[in-house]
Design a protein around this ligand. Structure first.
Ligand SMILES: [Zn+2]
Length: 269
């Protein structure tokens, strides 16, 4: 008997298999396992959550959250960072969505207001408190951050962040989290001043990038230097300096919003 290819129970799908905050990635190709969800190579008893989170190239995408990392011969449990820039942006973002939704369900088991056990809403990504007098509802946490490339004539400000100060240091833009009650532009001004002691002007929005490590969205800006001498915040940075655009140090990978902003400054200088 021929199966109906439009039957959602029979269709092939992308499998975003997650356990312990790591995702199963195949060693090559498109990295994300693909196949019929009836053929998942592990016991259904291990599945905590199986939920459709979207579509990619006409195929459904499933978050399959497991209670433990079981070897199923599909690939390795690893960090999504390892395929940044090596996979289609949309597939990368879907994998980030899977990780964020998985983390959301895991960290919102109980109501933050009254302590009741929460339940999952079926028609949207949300957790609901069953207590009528409380009715608290939570959505996946998304934390906005700004990242900014600062230009001055034919130079760009690049910083060595403490977390990038390794054997292979990477020099990049200033970045930081938005605070409550702040516009993105105010966030750019404040973070730049806190981290480098510089004032900037002509703040211009360029693009954004979901950054699921663990739940940010990077809002990318360029700005012009206005005034001040560089004085770094030693809690955040190891160094910061002006670099000639034709003599740049090691930069963030292609595929990151940081690199996109740096390239924009270089191209337009
Ligand atoms: Zn509650």
């Amino acid at each position: 008997m021929k199966t109906d290819p439009t039957n959602s129970h029979q269709r092939d799908a992308w499998w975003f298999i997650i356990a312990d905050n790591e995702i199963v990635l195949q060693p090559q190709g498109r990295f994300i396992p693909y196949g019929n969800t009836n053929d998942l190579p592990f016991s259904t008893e291990l599945v905590k959550t199986k939920i459709k989170i979207g579509m990619f190239e006409s195929s459904p995408c499933y978050l399959i959250s497991l209670s433990e990392q079981v070897d199923m011969g599909l690939g390795e449990y690893t960090s999504l960072r390892s395929i940044l820039g090596k996979v289609d942006d949309q597939l990368f973002y879907m994998a980030g969505r899977a990780l964020q939704i998985d983390l959301f369900y895991k960290t919102h088991q109980f109501c933050g207001q009254c302590g009741s056990k929460m339940f999952r809403i079926k028609w949207e990504f949300a957790m609901q408190c069953p207590n009528d007098e409380c009715s608290h509802r939570c959505y996946p946490r998304i934390s906005p951050c700004m990242i900014v490339a600062i230009r001055k004539d034919k130079q760009i400000l690049l910083a060595l962040h403490k977390r990038h100060n390794t054997d292979n240091p990477i020099f990049t833009n200033l970045a930081g989290f938005t605070e409550a009650g702040e516009t993105m532009e105010q966030c750019v001004e404040r973070e730049v001043f806190e981290e480098s002691n510089l004032k900037v002007k002509n703040i211009e929005y360029v693009a954004s990038q979901p950054w699921p490590f663990p739940h940010s969205i990077m809002m990318g800006f360029v700005a012009d230097y206005a005034s001040g001498e560089i004085k770094i915040d030693p809690h955040e940075l190891t160094s910061a300096a002006w670099y000639d655009i034709d003599n740049l140090p090691a930069l963030p990978n292609i595929g990151t919003i940081a690199r996109k902003l740096i390239n924009k400054v270089v191209d337009e200088a």
